[in-house]
Design a protein. Structure first.
Ligand code: GUN
Length: 283
């Protein structure tokens, strides 16, 4: 029998904890969320992020910019927010329009306000296993594994996908927790030969039915980070209905990692607020 990893429940508990902590502060943390253009998925995510901020008592400031916004204009806005003491965290929703360099933007947000954990300084800290702001989706994935007491030490973990947002950082976090990690990607020759050996699979590609029942071994833990719109439904990378029967634990889509991403963003905003007031990180 498999157990469903309930991301909604775990995220709800985390938000409650954040809400209580925010209530004790003498001012409210502030998060700036920047959306460029009119990508419908990005619009949904950004609205959800600002709604959840409100729920836990974080002030959110939404900046909606035209799709033709120049890199210069965006850099100017980030510079202004970097210097604004009411803003503790800055999030620029990805993907960005073609005229804007993602790396340039990510490098301009001050590391201490980088609640996405994408800045080279924060990515470097993750590599060094030092405390720093960490990317939200990978962090949410790790929290789910921990919540369900899934042991990582010495386990064979296959991460599918090598994005800067999920694949690479989650592989590093798993390595830091002493798992043996294989990163597979679009050029991997025989994906199935890897996944069949895995104790844990984390799939972060965005391709429907990428992971099927014949590709996994009995008792596997499956974390599905994929998010694909399928008609009016949302689905992940994993053929859930068939794969679940072979699993010990599996995340659904929706209701798995998704809610954890936003809860971790709120947690990072609170951590950034505290850090900027001289409190020790993670306290
Ligand atoms: N687009 C998809 N996921 C993310 C995320 O975690 N942060 C940002 N800024 N953009 C995204």
């Amino acid at each position: 029998m498999y157990e469903i990893i309930d991301g909604r429940k775990v995220a709800g508990e985390l938000r409650e904890k954040i809400k209580k902590e925010v209530l004790m502060l003498d001012s409210k943390p502030g998060l700036a969320v920047i959306l460029i253009g009119n990508n419908p998925a990005s619009q949904i995510y950004v609205n959800l992020k600002t709604k959840m901020c409100k729920e836990v008592g974080i002030n959110s400031y939404k900046y909606e910019l035209d799709k033709d916004t120049s890199q210069e204009q965006l850099l100017e806005l980030i510079d202004k927010l970097n210097h604004d003491n009411n803003i503790n965290g800055i999030l620029v929703q990805l993907p960005l329009p073609k005229q804007i360099s993602q790396n340039k933007i990510v490098e301009t947000v001050l590391p201490k306000k980088d609640v996405d954990g994408f800045h080279p300084v924060n990515q470097g800290k993750l590599l060094l296993n030092e405390q720093g702001l960490q990317a939200c989706t990978p962090r949410g994935t790790m929290k789910l594994l921990k919540y369900y007491n899934i042991d990582l030490v010495g386990k064979d973990v296959v991460v599918i996908g090598r994005s800067v947002i999920v694949g690479k950082p989650v592989a590093q976090m798993l390595t830091n927790e002493n798992a043996t990690v294989t990163i597979c990607h679009s050029k991997t020759r025989d994906l199935k030969s890897h996944t069949l050996k895995a104790d844990i699979i984390v799939s972060a590609v965005g391709k429907k039915n990428l992971v099927t029942a014949d590709m996994v071994k009995e008792g596997v833990v499956v974390v599905d980070v994929g998010m694909i719109r399928d008609g009016d439904r949302l689905c992940g990378d994993v053929d859930f209905e068939n794969v679940k029967e072979k699993c010990s634990f599996i995340t659904p889509v929706p209701g798995g990692v998704g809610p954890m991403t936003i809860a971790c963003l709120l947690e990072n905003t609170l951590a950034a607020y505290k850090m900027q007031r001289g409190e020790k990180f993670g306290s």
